[in-house]
Design a protein around this ligand. Structure first.
Ligand code: HEC
Ligand code: HEC
Length: 269
C-alpha cells in the first residue's frame, strides 16, 4: 500500500496518467464526432425534425413561440427557411440574449448537426430558402472583378468598400465581413438579417452572389482556407481539434507538472 502510493506520487506517473486520459478523450472525440455527422446524414428527415423540435422547445420557443408562430419577444419563424436558421444560429446571433438595437453575433453554442436539426424543424413549419450548397458559394467559375462591381453597387453603402463594415443609424451597424464563411455570406444575401435587405435571385442571380463571395474572399481572405499556419492535411476540424487537444493541452500540462516537480524538489533540498 505504501509502495503504491509512493509510486503514485512520482511526478512522471501524473504525466503518464494525464497523457493517457488526454489520448482517450481525443480518441473518443475523433471516434464520435464524425460518426454523429454521418448519422445525421443518414437519419431520416422526420427524425431530424423530431430532434430539432426538442432543441427548439428548450432554446427558442420562449421567444419564438411553441409552434414557431412568434411572440412579443421574437418574430414568427414560419416560412423563414433553413437558410435563415443556419445563418442566425451558425453565426451565434440566435439564441438572442439581451434585447438591443441589433442582435450581435456571438459564440456559436450548437453543433452543425444540431443547427441542421433546428433548420429541419423550422422548415417543416413552412417552406423557405434552403441552405445553399458548395456549388452555389464555392469559388469555381466566379468572376472576382464582376463581384467587386456588384459589391460596390449593392453592399458598399453599408459595409464599406472592402467589407470592413460601418455604423448605421440608431445604434445599428453593418458588421465587418472579414472572416465570415462563404456559406454565411450567401445566406445573409438570401435572407436579409435584421436591417439588411434581402437579395433574392432576381435582384442578384446565383452567379452574382457567387461573384460577390469570391470578391470578398479575395479582399478579406477566406476563413476556411487556413489563413496562416499548418493545414494539418486539410482533414478538417476533427483532426485539427484532436491535434490541439493532445499536443496543446498535453504540452501545457506536462510543463505544469514539471514546474511542480521542480518546486517540490527545490523545497526538499
Ligand atoms: C431572447 C429571445 C430569443 C431567443 C431565445 C431566440 N430568438 Fe430568434 N429572434 C429573436 C428576435 C428578437 C429576432 C428578430 C431579430 C430582428 O430581425 O431584429 C429573432 C430572429 C430569428 C430568426 C430570423 C428570422 C427571419 O425573419 O429571418 C431566426 C431564423 C431565429 N430567430 C431563430 C432562432 C432559433 C433557431 C432560436 C433557438 C436556437 C432562437 N431564434 C432563439 C429572439 C430570440
Ligand atoms: C442597408 C444596409 C446593408 C446593405 C445594403 C447590405 N447589408 Fe449586409 N448587413 C447589414 C446589417 C445591418 C447587418 C447585420 C445584421 C445582423 O446582425 O443580423 C448585415 C450583415 C451582413 C452579413 C453577416 C455578417 C456576419 O458578421 O455574420 C453579411 C455576410 C452581409 N451582411 C453581406 C452583405 C452583402 C454581400 C451585401 C450586398 C449584396 C450586403 N450585406 C448589403 C446591412 C446591409
Amino acid at each position: 500500500m505504501k509502495k503504491l502510493s509512493a509510486r503514485r506520487r512520482h511526478p512522471l506517473a501524473a504525466v503518464v496518467v494525464l497523457l493517457l486520459a488526454l489520448a482517450a478523450t481525443g480518441g473518443l472525440y475523433a471516434a464520435f464526432a464524425p460518426a454523429s455527422k454521418a448519422q445525421a446524414d443518414e437519419t431520416s428527415q422526420s427524425l431530424a425534425i423530431d430532434e430539432g423540435k426538442k432543441l427548439y422547445a428548450v432554446g427558442c420557443a420562449s421567444c419564438h413561440g411553441t409552434g414557431g408562430q412568434g411572440t412579443s419577444d421574437g418574430p414568427s419563424l414560419v416560412g423563414v427557411g433553413a437558410a435563415a436558421v443556419d445563418f442566425q444560429v451558425g453565426t451565434g446571433r440566435m439564441p438572442a440574449q439581451q434585447p438591443g438595437a441589433q442582435i450581435p453575433s456571438k459564440k456559436v453554442i450548437y453543433s452543425q448537426a444540431e443547427i441542421d436539426q433546428l433548420a429541419a424543424y423550422i422548415s417543416s413549419l413552412g417552406a423557405g430558402p434552403a441552405v445553399p450548397g458548395k456549388a452555389q458559394y464555392g469559388p469555381e467559375g466566379a468572376d472576382i472583378a464582376k463581384g467587386g462591381e456588384l459589391f460596390r453597387t449593392n453592399c458598399a453603402q453599408c459595409h464599406n468598400f472592402t467589407g470592413k463594415g460601418g455604423a448605421l443609424t440608431h445604434g445599428k451597424f453593418a458588421p465587418s465581413l472579414e472572416g465570415v464563411s462563404p456559406k454565411h455570406i450567401y445566406e445573409a444575401m438570401q435572407t436579409g438579417p435584421q436591417n439588411m435587405p434581402s437579395f433574392n435571385d432576381t435582384t442578384l442571380t446565383e452567379q452574382n452572389k457567387k461573384d460577390i463571395i469570391a470578391y470578398l474572399n479575395a479582399v478579406n481572405g477566406e476563413e476556411t482556407e487556413s489563413p496562416g499556419g499548418l493545414e494539418l492535411g486539410g482533414l478538417g476540424p476533427v483532426s485539427e481539434g484532436l491535434f490541439a487537444w493532445i499536443f496543446g493541452l498535453g504540452a501545457l500540462i506536462a510543463v505544469a507538472v514539471w514546474v511542480a516537480a521542480r518546486t517540490a524538489k527545490a523545497k526538499k533540498s
